[in-house]
Every structure is written in structure tokens, then in C-alpha cells.
Design a protein around this ligand. Structure first.
Ligand code: 5GP
Ligand code: ZN
Length: 112
């Protein structure tokens, strides 16, 4: 989608600090990191939110979670958190599903 920020990053029309690219997803550093390591894992396919996913997206969602584990190992994180914000009330600001991978500091529970 040409008016979607993350689609534009995936299409290399906007710059980002890439961490890894896969056939199905792209991982890049968050522009406003909330932890020493804060990576966004974004599927190439535009899905607006987790709540907009369907059963047909199940394999892709699994790949995004595997991506978090792969990247955590690559980045040397033994402890980390994976977050999906769904809806404005939960802090979603970009309407293209993405998994936040956070680590490199102690992470409190429950999150704010
Ligand atoms: P959300 O708030 O939707 O869960 O997460 C969106 C994330 O995208 C935020 O953490 C925000 O800092 C990040 N972000 C917003 N614009 C950009 C951008 O242009 N480049 C990068 N790398 N991250 C962005
Ligand atoms: Zn998009």
C-alpha cells in the first residue's frame, strides 16, 4: 500500500536501519527505541492489525514469532519481550501489523 509507512520502508522508498530481511518479513530498528534493542518485525504482506488477520495468515504469524526468536539469538538476547499493539487504545500507531522485539534491559511486568 503506497500510503502505508511500513510498506514504503519494505519497498525501500523510505530508509530504515535494516537488521534482517527474509522472504516473508523485514526487521529494522525502531526509530524511537524503548530499550537498548528495539526491533520491528514486519511482514511484507500488508495486514492492518492482528485483529484483521484470518486463519489463512496463521503460518505467517508463526513465522513472525520465529523471526523474533531468530533475531533475539542473533542479537545476543537471552531475555526479551515480543509485543503486538492492537488498536489505538493499546498504542498501535502504524496500521501494518508488526511485532516489537525488546531487550537489553530489565523489563517490568505488567507492562504499562
Ligand atoms: P506501534 O505504536 O504501532 O505499536 O509501533 C509503531 C512503531 O513504529 C513505534 O515504536 C515507532 O517508534 C516506530 N516508527 C514510527 N515511524 C517510524 C519510522 O519512520 N521508522 C522506523 N524505523 N520506526 C518508526
Ligand atoms: Zn503496509
Amino acid at each position: 500500500m503506497s500510503d502505508c509507512l511500513f510498506c514504503r520502508i519494505i519497498d525501500k522508498k523510505l530508509p530504515a536501519q535494516l537488521v534482517q530481511e527474509d522472504k516473508e518479513w523485514v526487521a529494522f530498528k525502531d526509530i524511537n527505541p524503548q530499550a537498548p534493542t528495539h526491533v520491528l518485525i514486519v511482514p511484507r504482506r500488508h495486514i492492518p492489525a492482528l485483529s484483521a488477520s484470518t486463519d489463512a495468515d496463521g503460518a505467517l504469524l508463526g513465522q513472525l514469532q520465529r523471526a523474533a526468536a531468530i533475531l533475539a539469538e542473533k542479537l545476543g538476547l537471552s531475555s526479551f519481550r515480543v509485543v503486538v499493539n492492537n488498536g489505538a487504545g493499546a498504542g498501535q500507531t502504524v496500521e501494518h501489523i508488526h511485532y516489537h522485539l525488546l531487550g537489553g534491559r530489565g523489563l517490568k511486568w505488567p507492562p504499562g
